[in-house]
Design a binder for this molecule. Structure first.
Ligand code: FES
Ligand SMILES: [Fe+2]
Ligand SMILES: [Fe+2]
Length: 424
């Protein structure tokens, strides 16, 4: 037996010994650079095949904000190692270790090629085509399309719907601030009712692309900072809409016992809407100071998907939008901040710090109303949260967690650690 055959036999033995190696097909199937493999546990994988015929595998959902790494580019890190670059904000993930220079970490998987067949070491079942979901969450967009025909004009819901139907972000911000003032001063007293639009309005000149289709030039450091701020401004614009949507859509929500939501629920989300408007404005001003403008770059509207998926279930909405996505925003804050700090962009650092301290209160608001509803309805908060996240959020929650920020918001580890992928 020559050396090569011995290696082959040893490799085959190892695969047989370990039950976690999965054959995903012959290597000719996997064109360079990336192929997405769908996983039965929702944590899809990107298989990287380089020109020099080497393979790597990592989670395909970017640990930053869920960007599609399978649409990313491969870059040399300069020390012989290669990285996969996320197409959304250009964070790098080393193919060998999954580590990013931003401090984030992606899950990597061992890959072996034996006899021209590709094997990945993972417990999940992988497929080249999407695996039908086995959860019972409604898949279609259930948001009603029409705005209610005769809403009373002096209600919070009437105005909430107005913001959602306002396309210009500057007008969205101005109107949000006015409504907040009217609500706080008692000029509006009724919550009222309204049917919010299925999708908030956006300006025609804003290029909204499918998630994953955003390709930005590499640019210098200023260009990459503008791109990151632009992306955050886009998130804040959606966050304004999400706040008004939760108010309008769930204004008539009744608890199991028949009670309506307390008035404080609406006051809390008016405050959240006001904060999001402030955040958008701060970021927009900063982008302008740096010589660009909001709308200069394409944006994605992936965030609204969570609103659509949870349009019929307030607990799910609070869990996914505020306790998963907004809490994730706290997790990535330290890395984002250090990107600006290391480039000496102190003004952006100040803006990000204002946003961060407000965002803690948004996670706290989501958690507060989630636990309120659960306790009023006699449900176990933690079990309900874990069930809803498994139902409505694709994949696992990923470290690193901002344990301190989450704790200030009231979210201790028992909320999120059980939702992390078990180590194989
Ligand atoms: S989502 Fe990947 S870098 Fe932001
Ligand atoms: Fe915000
Ligand atoms: Fe927020």
């Amino acid at each position: 037996m020559d050396h090569f055959e011995e290696d082959l036999v040893e490799a085959l033995k190892e695969i047989v010994r370990s039950g976690n190696w999965q054959c995903v097909g012959s290597k000719s199937k996997f064109k360079s650079p990336c192929t997405k493999l769908y996983s039965d546990d929702g944590e899809d994988i990107v298989l990287v095949h380089t020109e020099d015929d080497r393979f790597w595998a990592m989670d395909s959902s970017c640990p930053h904000e869920g960007g599609p790494l399978d649409l990313g580019d491969i870059e040399d890190l300069g020390d012989g190692r290669l990285a996969l670059i996320c197409p959304w904000h250009h964070f790098d993930f080393c193919l060998d270790t999954g580590a990013s220079s931003t401090g984030l970490q992606n899950q990597v998987y061992d890959v072996r090629v034996v006899d021209d067949m590709v094997y990945i070491n993972t417990q999940s079942s992988l497929s080249l085509s999407p695996i039908p979901s086995t959860n019972t969450a409604p898949q279609e967009n259930l948001l009603p399309v029409e705005v209610a025909s005769n809403p009373s004009e002096n209600t919070l819901c009437f105005w909430a719907t107005k913001v959602l139907c306002t396309a210009d972000p500057k007008e969205k911000v101005a109107l949000t601030k006015e409504i907040q003032e009217w609500w706080n001063s008692g000029k509006i007293t009724e919550v009222g009712e309204a049917t919010p639009p299925a999708q908030p309005s956006r300006k025609d000149n804003l290029t909204v692309l499918e998630p994953g289709k955003i390709k930005r030039g590499k640019g210098g450091t200023q260009a990459s900072r503008i791109a990151l701020l632009h992306s955050l401004a886009n998130i804040e614009q959606w966050a304004i809409d999400l706040s008004w949507d939760v108010i309008a859509r769930f204004s008539e929500f009744t608890l199991n016992g028949g009670n309506s939501l307390p008035r404080q629920f609406f006051s809390d989300f008016v405050k959240v809407a006001g904060d999001e408007a402030k955040h958008y404005q701060l970021l927009e001003e900063r982008i302008t100071e740096l010589g660009s403008y909001f709308g200069a770059l394409p944006v994605h509207n992936a965030l609204w998907q969570s609103a659509s998926d949870t349009s019929h279930d307030l607990l799910a909405r609070l869990a996914i939008v505020h306790m998963v996505h907004e809490a994730r925003g706290l997790d990535v804050h330290p890395q984002t901040l250090s990107r600006f700090a290391t480039q000496g962009d102190q003004r952006s650092v100040e803006v990000l710090e204002v946003i961060y301290s407000d965002e803690i209160t948004h996670v706290a608001a989501g958690l507060r109303w989630f636990t309120y509803i659960c306790s009023e309805e006699g449900r176990n908060c933690l079990t309900t949260f874990h069930e809803l996240v498994k139902l409505y959020f694709k994949g696992y929650l990923k470290p690193p967690f901002n344990t301190e920020g989450r704790k200030i918001a009231g979210m201790t580890e028992e909320w999120y650690i059980p939702l992390v992928k078990p180590s194989s």
